[in-house]
Design a protein around this ligand. Structure first.
Ligand code: ZN
Length: 380
């Protein structure tokens, strides 16, 4: 791929920060070593440290996602398994990657020529209803937590499940207050509209949506309305644009539903296999769930999402949360793996965004919010 020299310079000089990947799933279930360049299909194995470097990606948030089949009994254990995989990945690749919690760590990693790796808990089910486990996750490096995934939990409603609390329960409010105290970013991707509004109301610090898109362009319940985009901006937060075709493009989403039905609804069903078979089932789901034979939407759909978010949230409140490393998940044409990030920069420059604005979208906005969240903490 050839990138015009102006855009290449912007990309090289910016800190490129991606707020969400599921790579830890592959590391855990398939034993993939991200230190090695994978020779396989880039649409299956979409990122490793050599390719992050090639794509000019400087910081990546690694999600600890707990598949619903592990809930409720094995959620905490599953989260710890992934946190262990994260730290082992860091230990095995000291020359390529460095742990980061906040802005200073990211800048130090970049200065050392390494990828900054941040840790996030995806799905508040992982704390097992216990603030002590939340605190331990923070001590183990988690700088943010996505409040829920596809199902409503014992304390917060999901956008893709029946509401149980009209947003947050009383304990949910306590969780958010504790996250504020610790300096963990409250991530409202996946939560119901009511829960997003309440989280913004409760939180003393800016709230993020690490990997969410604009509902006006693709009517998926986990995408954000224009009103919520503005509300997240109002609290000083940031929205990371997701690269999955099913959240980007209405035509793709319609065709997917028509062809395959709502396969993701099955995610919320309880497991049908005994405990010892859960790992195999998790692997099967990881490699099968997003598979399709549909045409990929044009690359412009990603730029359209970014522009719509900028229009409604403002230039200081939009970033990238690619959600890229789920095997087979459809992405726009031309965007196969993490080496494609310079195309986003080129597209934004081509659409007339200034250098300063592109730098904000590529990473500056997320870095600012991380610093704001951590400076509002009451513990050091
Ligand atoms: Zn997610």
């Amino acid at each position: 791929m050839s990138i015009p020299s102006e855009a290449a310079a912007v990309h090289r000089d910016a800190i490129v920060f991606d707020a969400h990947t599921d790579s830890l799933q592959r590391v855990l279930v398939s034993g993939d070593d991200l230190g090695q360049r994978t020779g396989g299909d880039p649409l299956v194995e979409r990122g490793d440290f050599p390719r992050f470097r090639e794509g000019g990606v400087n910081a990546q948030v690694f999600a600890v996602w707990v598949d619903t089949i592990f809930l409720p009994d094995h959620g905490v254990r599953r989260a710890f398994q992934q946190i262990d995989a994260f730290h082992r990945m860091l230990e095995a690749n000291p020359d390529a990657v460095a742990f980061a919690r906040g802005r200073d760590d990211v800048e130090a990693a970049v200065a050392g020529g390494k990828l900054a790796a941040l840790l996030s808990i995806e799905g508040g089910d992982a704390i097992g209803g216990d603030l002590g486990i939340l605190r331990i996750f923070h001590r183990l490096g988690a700088s943010s937590m996505t409040l829920c995934h596809s199902r409503s939990t014992d304390w917060v409603d999901s956008s893709t499940d029946e509401p149980r609390w009209n947003g947050l329960s009383g304990f949910g409010v306590e969780v958010l207050r504790e996250m504020n105290r610790l300096g963990m970013a409250i991530d409202v991707s996946h939560t119901s509209d009511a829960a997003v509004r309440q989280a913004i109301e409760v939180s003393r610090a800016p709230v993020i949506a690490s990997h969410s898109n604009c509902r006006a362009l693709c009517d998926h319940p986990r995408n954000l309305s224009d009103e919520l985009l503005a509300a997240i901006a109002e609290c000083g937060g940031v929205v990371g644009i997701n690269f999955y075709s099913g959240f980007l493009d209405q035509a793709y989403r319609d065709l997917f539903l028509e062809t395959y039905g709502d396969v993701f609804a099955g995610f919320n069903q309880p497991p049908t296999v005994p405990r010892e078979e859960l790992e195999d089932l998790a692997r099967e789901r990881l490699y099968q769930i997003g598979k399709d034979d549909l045409p990929r939407p044009p690359f412009e759909t990603l730029l359209d999402q970014i522009d719509h978010a900028v229009e409604h949230a403002g230039i200081d409140h939009v970033g990238l949360g690619g959600d890229l490393d789920l095997p087979h998940m459809s992405t726009p044409a031309g965007l196969d793996d993490v080496t494609a990030y310079p195309l986003i920069t080129a597209g934004l420059v081509d659409r007339g965004h200034s250098r300063e604005d592109v730098v904000k979208i590529l990473g500056e906005n997320f870095l600012r919010v991380l610093a704001d969240v951590q400076s509002a903490a009451e513990v050091s």
